[in-house]
Design a protein around this ligand. Structure first.
Ligand SMILES: NC(=[NH2+])NCCC[C@H](N)C(=O)O
Length: 341
């Protein structure tokens, strides 16, 4: 069985193993970066980062049979601050018409934009390949646990939630949009720029053209990837759409990956969030597929959640003994629940 929980300092080797097999920007394969992410998350869960909007939470999914970390996901309480704005391209359409020669054009125009009080961002979703597409649905668990956590702590998050989705990339990891645009203004490779942008965004603001860019100037195959997701991200896109996220006509200024957003309060599973007491009796038969979380006030590993069958009435949740054991929750304690369907 699988358990979702807040990352611990002791998870570093587990995360390194995962980062090494995946080699993705979502989980950088670099010890110092991983350490910094863990440290920030531990402080965030413990409330030791004073300003809630500076918190960043890393969830891990652990296979309890072999204690392997098989995936991660993140919540960044606010993406885009005064020191480090969230940068994007607004995608709009502009029409040109000449009466004298009778020509009409519809152009796609990219306009650079900045958010200084940005939305809450969900990201960093990775799953160990052998576990993908298994009946436990680890990817969906890691995605939904963020909605569960945000539903439990709405005041700690912004009213808008953003997901920046990965675009299709070339087999060698380059981006078609970057080759046609960003590279010409920065002199950097996509990988260099992507890495640098995690610490420093000044160079984007200074070097990217501040005026609008007509996408019509790009080769056809570049225009085609604007706002498209890569083949491995199609499932994520569908899942986000099912819970209420929409493409907001914004893309990543480097690679053209689309931005999907929703109001936190409107996300379907957030609306159906419930907080109830754990019943004395075990779960019997009829029930629903849910994600249940139990949170402790103090100590390490404050947050735990599992996917399980459960029956709910007005005040109580009837949980299988195994789920209670994995959550380490006593009868009568309050648990938080969202549907998993
Ligand atoms: N793929 C990238 N690194 N894009 C550049 C940064 C864009 C991102 N929205 C930010 O403001 O942080």
């Amino acid at each position: 069985m699988l358990v979702l929980r807040d990352v611990q300092k002791t998870d570093l080797p587990g995360l390194k193993r995962l980062a090494a097999v995946l080699n993705t920007v979502n989980l950088p394969n670099n010890e110092e970066t991983l350490e910094a992410i863990i440290d920030k998350s531990v402080k965030s869960f413990a409330g030791k980062v004073k300003n809630p909007f500076e918190r960043e939470y890393l969830f891990v999914l652990e296979d309890v049979r072999n204690e392997l970390i098989i995936g991660t996901s993140m919540i960044i309480a606010q993406h885009g601050t005064y020191e480090s704005p969230h940068i994007y391209y607004d995608v709009s359409e502009r029409e040109h018409y000449s009466a004298t020669i009778g020509r009409h054009f519809r152009h796609k125009v990219l306009s650079i934009g900045y958010n200084y009080e940005g939305p809450t961002e969900i990201g960093g979703l990775v799953v160990d390949p052998p576990y993908r597409a298994t009946p436990d649905k680890p990817g969906k668990q890691l995605s939904f646990v963020r909605f569960l956590f945000m539903a439990m702590h709405k005041r700690l998050f912004r009213p808008r939630v953003l997901a920046e989705l990965l675009p299709p990339l070339l087999p060698d990891g380059r981006s078609l949009l970057w080759e046609a645009c960003g590279k010409k203004f920065t002199g950097l490779t996509y990988l260099e720029a992507d890495r640098l942008s995690r610490q420093n965004k000044e160079f984007i603001k200074e070097l990217f053209p501040s005026s609008d860019v007509y996408a019509s100037l790009f080769p056809e195959r570049v225009q085609k990837v604007l706002g498209e997701v890569g083949p491995n991200t199609k499932g994520v896109q569908r899942m986000l759409e099912r819970v209420g996220f929409r493409y907001v006509e914004r893309i990543d200024p480097f690679d053209g990956g689309p931005h999907f957003e929703a109001n936190l309060a409107d996300i379907t599973v957030v609306r159906r969030y419930r907080s109830v007491k754990v019943a004395e009796e075990d779960f019997d038969m009829e029930g629903d597929d849910v994600l249940v979380a139990f949170e402790r006030e103090s100590g390490r590993n404050r947050f735990r959640a599992v996917r399980t069958m459960a029956r709910l009435d007005d005040k109580n949740a009837y949980l299988p003994a195994r789920a209670k054991e994995l959550l380490d929750v006593p009868p009568g304690a309050k648990v938080s629940i969202i549907p998993f369907e």
